[in-house]
Design a protein around this ligand. Structure first.
Ligand code: ZN
Length: 168
């Protein structure tokens, strides 16, 4: 029996790195790992995202679908051309490499019980997508109503406190 592989050389940066720095790739019969290290794959993904964000978003949605078991049948035609502004919040959208940039392009599944399928995807801001999360329209209305009530109550408390201070 041969000793387990603990390190290998990345085909891109040519550095010897621990085997855990290489993501799994079942097509690789030798060690079940990709030829490129994680850092090089991430750099490559960022580069492609800059050049072709639609392609990148599709690729990510496809990977996510495979992982989560979502249906996936969309193509570039379903999300291009990318909008200039978020259709929900109206903020300008941008290609962003900063994780969780509120204004980054984000692909939303309108109905979260469905996958990335034709008619169920909309490009919006990361922030809008995150806020929407898995809430229904009714959930969001309930949250908005509750927030307004809380804000009004807080404002009343402050007014009462100020009045008391002035009276004292
Ligand atoms: Zn590398």
């Amino acid at each position: 029996m041969t000793a387990p592989i603990t390190a290998k050389t990345c085909t891109t940066c040519k550095q010897v790195k621990p085997i855990d720095d290489f993501p799994p790739d079942l097509r690789q019969k030798s060690d079940g790992k990709q030829a490129k290290c994680r850092a090089c794959i991430n750099a490559w993904m960022r580069e492609h995202y800059r050049k072709d964000p639609v392609w990148s978003m599709l690729r990510r949605a496809k990977a996510r679908s495979a992982k989560e078991g979502f249906d996936f049948n969309i193509t570039a035609a379903d999300i291009a051309p990318l909008p200039e502004k978020c259709p929900v919040l109206g903020v300008p959208l941008r290609i962003s490499e900063v994780p969780q940039d509120p204004c980054a392009y984000s692909l939303d599944r309108v109905d979260n019980t469905k996958g990335y399928v034709r008619g169920n995807v909309v490009v919006m801001s990361y922030r809008a997508n995150r806020l929407k999360n898995d809430g229904t329209a009714e959930d969001h209305e309930a949250i908005a109503k509750w927030m307004r009530q809380q804000m009004a109550a807080t404002a009343n408390d402050n007014t009462a406190a100020n009045n008391q201070m002035e009276a004292a």
